[in-house]
Write a protein that binds this ligand. Structure first.
Ligand SMILES: *Cc1c(COP(=O)(O)O)cnc(C)c1O
Length: 356
């Protein structure tokens, strides 16, 4: 018998989530963002279930090459472009679209010997101050690139720092307009939040990530509860021990929880070494034997404690859902002071994964 923890990936949910993105942005093409190993789901496990997409966006060359080797012929976008000029030979060989955000990349592209031009996403910094040219530099950059033999189709790209709010994209959109002035350019601006909530930012290509995996870009499940988006991953394990403790007894490392009366406690085979957040405090929701209950005390490396008071029928062998269809990953994340993105990416390799 192996350890009972398992992450289940729901192929139907991935397909449905992509279809919902299509409905939300019917006039745009879709870059399905599968960076970070498909947000922790495993790019090799999920890409076929998202193959109705128009392209895949990611940032590791290894992941891009894997998709090509598996037979993906449509576009692949490198969201951060190339990190060193050496990589241009591989971009050429595997026909990868690259974002471009710095002057050294323009020089490298000009000097490269390619078999055919590469499609380019010119990244503009519209206020996030992470990557990209300033809007006032774009015209110049655009003309320089346009003149290069190595450059094929060009698209203007930006990334929003705060697309969850209504006002969050107003100023960046103005900056995009400024950058695009006098240029006849396709655009790609929208992450998941803008894809769901800002149709005026859709343009030619949208770039959703988190919604494909069925979690909320705002971190609040309520914000996407009515969209039909479905969690693509369920993390489950079993109760492997039961303790009946007396009033006042401490539970787990540091005795961070004390029973106020006699209490039944279940020990679940899941801990931070599986990717469950150690910062999840007492009270983080968990489903045991079909009943919603809560964690108790400090999460250990390999185990955590749950309150069996609401589910007296539960015992050794009862199923616990840590997150998934019943317990949204957003709820666990917000209890632990983070977002669903971080939890799904942090699932560790020791957790067996099943695709259904
Ligand atoms: C990660 C990423 C996205 C997707 O963001 P979500 O919030 O997951 O939709 C889109 N564009 C860029 C440049 C990114 O890095």
């Amino acid at each position: 018998m192996s350890r009972p923890i398992v992450a289940t990936i729901h192929s139907a949910a991935l397909r449905q989530n992509l279809a919902i993105v299509r409905q939300a942005a019917p006039d745009s093409r879709i870059w399905s963002v599968v960076k970070a190993n498909g947000y922790g789901h495993g790019i090799d496990r999920i890409w076929q279930h998202l193959s109705d997409t128009d392209g895949f966006a990611l940032l590791n060359l290894e992941e891009a090459i894997l998709l090509r080797e598996r037979g993906w012929k449509k576009p692949i976008l490198l969201l951060e472009g190339f990190f060193h000029s050496d990589e241009l030979a591989l971009l050429d060989r595997y026909r990868l679209t690259t974002s471009l955000h710095s002057n050294w990349q323009i020089k490298a592209l000009a000097q490269a010997r390619l078999s055919a031009p590469l499609d380019i996403y010119v990244k503009v910094n519209t206020g996030m101050n992470r990557l990209g040219f300033l809007p006032e530099q774009v015209h110049n950059v655009w003309q320089k690139l346009r003149a290069l033999e190595n450059v094929g189709e060009m698209t203007l790209m930006t990334h929003f720092a705060e697309a969850e709010s209504a006002e969050g994209i107003v100023e960046p959109m103005k900056q995009v307009e400024r950058a695009a002035e006098g240029l006849d350019c396709p655009r790609s601006l929208s992450n998941s939040a803008a894809t769901l909530w800002h149709p005026e930012a859709h343009f030619d290509w949208v770039r959703p990530g988190i919604v494909l995996y069925g979690a909320s870009p705002s971190g609040q499940w309520q914000d996407i509860a009515s969209t039909g988006l479905k969690p693509a991953m369920t993390l489950t394990s079993d109760v492997i021990a039961v303790q009946t403790v007396k009033a006042g007894a401490g539970i787990g490392y540091g005795y961070r929880y004390h029973a106020s009366e006699e209490q039944r406690i279940g020990i679940v085979a899941c801990g931070y070494a599986d990717g469950y957040p150690r910062h999840a405090p007492t009270g983080t929701p968990v489903m045991v034997d079909g009943v919603r209950t809560r964690t108790l005390g400090t999460v250990s490396m390999d185990m955590l404690a749950v309150d069996l008071t609401p589910c007296p029928q539960a015992g050794i062998g009862s199923k616990a859902e840590l997150w998934g269809e019943q317990i949204k990953i957003d709820e666990v994340a917000s209890s632990a002071g983070t977002v669903g993105y971080e939890l799904m990416c942090a699932l560790t390799p020791r957790v067996p994964v099943e695709v259904r």
